[in-house]
Design a protein around this ligand. Structure first.
Ligand SMILES: [Zn+2]
Ligand SMILES: [Zn+2]
Length: 625
């Protein structure tokens, strides 16, 4: 809210939690296009350290997706009363769906709405109902007051009351410390006193969770991810005083908090039965491994969804009675849920990959606040097993089948039914040689893989943000392969611009689009044969490289774009290179077939195979250079 002119340098103490907040704060300096400098000093928090190891992400990541869950009755009921105060609700309003109608009935029962005479309109029963709504939280809240003068210093959602404002807790507000003196449940008020102390408090407690409803699920490498409705019962049983900055334990105290019940949305990972044996054979602590995985996974959440780590809760079990085995639960810390874990569930494979690299790259030996420790752990960060968490996350990321994420790079239609092989040209062998008019020319077959999925950068319109993980070029004049990683992206771009012809699949839109994130050069100047475009022009069909390979080379691709993302996230460079190189070979072979036979087998929409005529005007293509 400040506008101070003439700031040249800004210094941020710690990552502010979201890219949006980072950019907003950085924007305080360098107004009116003046040069400015922003310095980010990382804290020990997991996200801070993640960005220190992946600084490019600070610049390439788009703003987090902000989420609103309008189907949460706690949210929409409050909105309905406010809407009625602006203009009475009318039955014909298009936004009043079945859920809203039910909520109107319950609002009438709660005496918050009153029906009009005809029963088709509803009026608010409270003047200016928006005054009663806390814009910072969902559900009922407690106000926090200074005991000495009654002045309100803040408020807190009921679901977080006992974990953050239990008696004797140190409550931080605008950088000031207060100690909680008493809680008045009838008045929904907490009384505090200023307390300049050199310690902070951390609540300890026990949690249980009951699965109320399973919504959807998919398989992971050593278990299953399930999304659904949960009932979480939490009881604060004590707290610890810890020294500021060092976190050193000073003392532990008992408390007898009331059970807090939260019905919310979340997801959980049900582990395969055999996993415990595998983990223990490796001499890891099973509970410690699950618990550490849970902490690290939650610490990565803000990378995918606009939220604070404290907006989600987690619980791990070596045995959960409803699951019948081990499970890690992660849920929205607000009644009814906000959609945070729903979004995270949809990005779980990529979240697991990032969590894996977070732990893997942390230089500590046994776990630290930058990887598996959580400042909010109700179990005092015990037990935790960093090595075991790595082991489990690696197993989980060996994805058997993913239904939640769209395979990347394959946003083209695939034939719907298995192909009936009709009118298929017989092919003996591929003639891998260039015709005389291409002799002595630099002809390159080319493909690249990316660091991020289209989903992660906000859709296929943002391919320039996806980032090169690895690119492979085959020089068809001598058959040599060259591989480029991001640090050599300039050389890759130079090589493409110096070629007489570049052959790719969907390279004009996709591969060149990705590379345009690194340079201002005009890729339309590169003479190119884009097989996707070529086949489309010849047959009206947009098919995948996979389908073309199957139709013409009797082989499919070795995996999906998702495998490539996983290889990258896990640093499995050899497998990534093999994968990318195979696509380059397929691309080159299809090109050779077109050169020598001027025909291709095309998998048509009606599951028929058709031989289509594909001709290249080579002299025109090349003289364009
Ligand atoms: Zn660490
Ligand atoms: Zn914990």
């Amino acid at each position: 809210g400040m506008d101070i002119g003439g700031i040249d340098v800004g210094m941020l103490l710690g990552y502010p939690g979201t890219i949006s907040a980072l950019m907003q704060r950085a924007g305080r300096a360098g107004r009116r296009e003046r040069d400015s400098l922003i310095i980010l000093l990382a804290g020990e928090d997991a996200l801070d350290q993640y960005f220190m190891r992946h600084p490019e992400e600070l610049f390439l990541r788009p703003s987090e997706a902000a989420i609103v869950d309008g189907t949460n009755p706690d949210i929409s009921k409050a909105h309905l009363v406010c809407a009625a105060a602006e203009i009475p609700l009318a039955e014909k309003e298009p936004y009043l769906n079945q859920d809203c109608k039910k909520q109107i009935d319950s609002l009438i029962a709660e005496k918050k709405l009153i029906p009009g005479a005809g029963g088709r309109r509803w009026f608010p029963n409270v003047p200016r109902p928006h005054r009663l709504i806390n814009i910072r939280s969902v559900g009922s809240t407690y106000s926090i007051h200074d005991e000495r003068n009654g002045r309100q210093v803040g408020d807190i959602g009921e679901s977080r009351l006992w974990s953050e404002c239990h008696p004797q807790a140190i409550y931080l507000h605008h950088g000031r410390q207060y100690q909680v003196k008493s809680i008045d449940d009838a008045a929904k008020a907490v009384y505090v006193q200023p307390a300049p102390v050199d310690f902070y408090t951390q609540a300890l407690g026990e949690k249980e969770t009951e699965i109320l409803h399973r919504l959807r699920e998919f398989d992971l490498g050593c278990g299953k991810a399930v999304e659904g409705e949960l009932k979480v019962t939490e009881r604060v049983t004590g707290f610890q005083k810890r020294r500021l900055f060092s976190g050193q334990l000073i003392s532990t105290h008992n408390l007898d908090g009331p059970p807090q019940i939260l019905v919310t949305r979340g997801f959980w990972i049900e582990m395969d039965d055999g996993l415990q044996d595998l983990v223990e054979t490796e001499k890891f602590h099973y509970m410690g491994s699950l618990h550490a995985s849970e902490h690290a996974l939650i610490s990565i959440f803000p990378l995918e969804v606009m939220c604070d780590r404290s907006d989600v809760g987690g619980i791990s079990f070596t045995h959960h009675s409803q699951v019948g085995g081990a499970a890690i639960f992660v849920y929205d810390s607000y009644p009814g849920g906000l959609g945070i874990t729903r979004r995270a569930y949809e990005r779980l494979p990529s979240l697991i990959g990032r969590t894996l690299s977070l732990i893997n790259e942390c230089p500590c030996e046994d776990g630290c606040p930058s990887c598996v420790h959580s400042p909010r752990c109700g179990a005092g960060n015990r037990p935790l097993d960093k090595g075991g968490a790595l082991f489990i996350l690696k197993k989980l990321s060996q994805i058997r089948e993913v239904i939640a994420t769209e395979p990347q790079g394959d946003n083209v239609e695939k034939p719907r039914a298995p192909l009936r092989k009709t009118r298929r040209e017989k092919r003996v062998a591929i003639q891998r040689s260039l015709p005389s008019e291409l002799e002595g020319k630099r002809i390159l077959a080319f493909d690249l893989e990316t660091q991020r999925s289209a989903d992660e950068v906000g859709g296929w319109g943002n391919v320039h943000l996806m980032g090169l993980s690895l690119g492979v070029v085959q020089d068809l004049s001598n058959g040599e392969f060259r591989t480029y990683r991001e640090e050599n992206v300039e050389e890759l771009i130079e090589e493409l611009f110096s070629a007489d012809l570049v052959v790719g699949f969907n390279c004009v839109r996709f591969d060149f689009g990705v590379l345009s994130g690194y340079t201002g050069r005009d890729f339309s100047r590169i003479p190119v044969v884009d097989l996707l475009v070529l086949v489309h022009q010849a047959s009206g069909l947009r098919c995948s490289l996979d389908a073309l390979a199957e139709a013409n080379l009797n082989q499919g691709k070795s995996g999906t774009g998702l495998d490539a993302l996983r290889f990258y996230n896990e640093g499995r460079w050899d497998e990534l290179e093999k994968y990318c190189r195979r696509d380059v070979e397929i691309t080159a072979d299809i090109f050779y077939i077109i050169l020598h036979e001027k025909r291709l087998n095309a998998p048509m929409r009606d599951a028929q195979m058709e031989s289509i005529r594909v001709e290249l005007q080579l002299d025109e293509l090349i003289s364009a250079n």
